[in-house]
Design a protein around this ligand. Sequence first.
Ligand code: MOS
Length: 723
Amino acid sequence: MEFNAPAGENLFDKARIVGKSTPRIDGPLKTTGTAPYAYERHDVAPDAAYGWIVGSAIAKGRITSMDVEDARNAPGVIAVIAAPETKPVGTSPYNHAPLFGGREVAHYHQAIACVVAETFEQARAAAHLIRTRYDREAAEYDLAELAPQAPLADGGKALHKRGDFDAAFDAAPVKIDATYHTPDESHAMMEPHATIASWKGEELTLWTSNQMINWGKEALGQILGIAPEKIRLDSPYIGGGFGGKLFIRADAVLAALASKAAQRPVKIALQRPLIFNNTTHRPATIQRVRLGATRDGRITAVGHENWSGNITGTDGEDGTAQTPKLYAGANRMTANYTATLPLPEGNAMRAPGEAAGHLAFEVAMDELAEALAMCPVELRIKNDPGAEVPGDPSKRFSERHLTRCLKEGAERFGWSKRKAKPGQVREGRWLIGMGVAGGYRGAPIQKSAAGVRLSGDGMLIVETDMTDIGTGSYTIIAQTAAETMGLPLDRVRVELGDSRYPVSSGSGGQWGAASSTAGVYAACLVLRRAIGEKLGFDGDSADFTDGAIRANGKSFALNDAGEMSADGEMTYGDFQSDYDLGTYAGHFCEVAVDAYTGETHIRRMLSVCDAGRILNPLSARSQVIGAMVMSAGAALTEELAVDRRFGYFVNHDLAGYEVPVHADIPHQDVVFLDTLDSVISPLKAKGVGELGICGPGSAVANAVYNATGVRVREYPITLDKYL
Ligand code: MOS
């Protein structure tokens, strides 16, 4: 069914299950080790052999020889597949760099061979017997060197102007012009990319770890040259995705090829060191922000230029993404440039664009506030754009409550105690500071389908290829189905992640929660109508509560319907294109910086979020605090160090790539304004999974400045940079 006008009052406004904090259904399974991850599916493939992937030792050039004989003859080895014997495979519209290279090497740790053996240890030992010779090509790996010549992204379309930025900036009595650097970053999810592949004739099944089941099926069909209908993907439990599992990766492709060669199921987990250079990452950015304002703090000129790079020269990290949405200003210019940079493939990582963009733009706002001698909360409120989108006046915001987020946050955080002048508050050796940032992340909505089935004995089963990457999809889908069918939560069973089920939105771009629940609602409505037809009432207007149905003054039991099933899909009408759908937040942070060593501790964090109806405050909070941790990591610790001679990320393991640990993260508070958005879907809900990484790191950076008086514009803000 099509959602073709803003939702009026509906059953979710009187919800009893949706909107209530509900522990995650998969929580006990995951925390007790009883949720099987892809690599642990002993039930489906007890005879699986083990695959080990070999990555290229050079970043660019070609393989001149590869000797695999010793590996083939090693104990336990069943098959060896090696790049020289194959054409490169593994490019599709969903991924750019080849997932299993031929002789040409496009990036470091590109998969060049796979050894299959009876045991993991035998596969690993044999892989080390492969001798590969290379002809290495020199290349430029330094973004700063490549940036000045980088072309505009999107075939030249990535330049947006409104009014006359140059003239307004020149004329502005108060202005700032600052350049920021964000490094390459990695997903570093707990569960590595992993797949068990099994062939039955021409039919291929993959038990894998993937956010977007249908994309995966389509991509694999293209990569392997077989019809997607012959492929089944199953991914019921996922130990983190963050964008790194949006697309099929080498584990899936090589498990499929190796399984064919070995003539038995093969399981492959990407070794942790391969994840950093073999998969995708968030590309580094260089961002120049220029802001001009009147003396009383009205912004008149907004300029934001962004440079990044990617192996393809396309799809870099667009740090300007939030800039058209956040603050007023009649004269504007954003430009996004992408260089061709032969590092491993850059691709979506949690809030691609905005996560890096806020680290520049929301710090520039802090710099402007200081230049104006104005409170940075007040500056943001003063430049609230109202209903019209500053960068695109043809659209208006559906719901946008950034000012409320900032006001409520300032009140709760005790912002009035902040000293405007930096370096003023000291507790012994600690310099104390507070920072604020605004936050924006788009709220896209995608069509999504589901099937629902009444078992006849009181259970409702929901089936959709939606995934739960640790976000709580199982739970919000169960809540939605329970609410719509008038059943208690424990009468609903949710089955996810199997490509045999109806095609959902999948998990990406923080659209999963809003989109997949709307699809399940659509399927439930189809079922309600079918039940009504069978029992003689109007399924739309009947009251479904507690397993009973009241309609036309009569009462039925849901069980009277017997066994029934229905499929439904929610799609979206053109009316939405008049609106800009987004989520907003006010982020606050207090830090302490050791005056002698520069050691930085975060003391408190608060995020106040405007993200539509919150379907499950408990799992939504969990999403936001996780994202705040990731944003703190981006501000203070995370960086893939580029070896500029040999073109790879040096710190390719969890010891060298520093994500925050418990000791780095103190008290975190999350507040949801529960602002309903009737334009987005019948549930009036939006996602929060990416909003939480848009801005908290900027609040950290601004707090560090407030504590120390040192403005570090190169992330991560490590202590050496205070000097
Ligand atoms: Mo997200 S970066 O679309 O998983």
